[in-house]
Design a protein around this ligand. Structure first.
Ligand SMILES: [Mg+2]
Ligand SMILES: [Zn+2]
Length: 181
């Protein structure tokens, strides 16, 4: 099977409105970012796999259960599926910091996705809003990292620092055009 590139997405602050320093604990508090459906739809139309890679330490802290997290992700996928834009895979690190090998900036969630689907990681992109997201992309060998500016301190701006979802889409389009042969 031939390899395809993917776009990896951080969740909180990118796909859905950031819960700030806390966690989205229930479906009612999960709100999609404006423009994200169009962005995911464009990725799909170009033939990219779309993969969600998210740290949800609130599970490890006992603030929510795995079932609560699954319910949020089932809701997300159902909402996106209406537009043909559901994620191909969702990888979650639900562990306490320091207690696992998959927490960002570890490359493991990306490598796990690439073990499950024929993904060309070097030809892939990542969108995140935290230093750990960008470092995860670099650790995995992802070719292009877009940083969405947020309240998080920026030590690593990635390859492009975007200020809105439409700016992310524009950056992906121009990157895609530059690597397409
Ligand atoms: Mg985030
Ligand atoms: Zn983990």
């Amino acid at each position: 099977m031939s390899l395809r590139p993917a776009v990896f997405f951080d969740r909180d602050g990118v796909v859905n409105v950031s819960p700030g320093t806390g966690y989205v604990l229930r479906v009612a508090d999960f709100q999609l970012m404006p423009g994200i459906v169009d962005l995911l739809g464009w990725c799909k139309a170009q033939g990219f796999y779309t993969i969600l890679v998210t740290s949800q330490q609130g599970v490890g802290k006992g603030l929510m259960s795995h079932a609560d997290l699954d319910a949020i992700h089932d809701h997300l996928q159902a909402e996106l599926a209406v537009h043909g834009a559901a994620f191909d895979r969702i990888h979650s690190c639900t562990h306490l910091a320091g207690s696992c090998t998959c927490r960002k900036p570890s490359a493991q969630m990306i490598l796990d996705a690439a073990a499950a689907l024929p993904i060309n990681v070097a030809a892939s992109a990542l969108v995140g809003d935290h230093d750990r997201d960008i470092q995860m992309a670099r650790n995995a060998g992802v070719g292009f990292a877009i940083r969405l500016s947020s309240d998080n301190v920026v030590n690593d701006p990635g390859d492009v620092l975007a200020h809105s979802i439409p700016e992310i889409l524009a950056a992906l389009k121009s990157w895609h055009a530059s690597v397409a042969k």
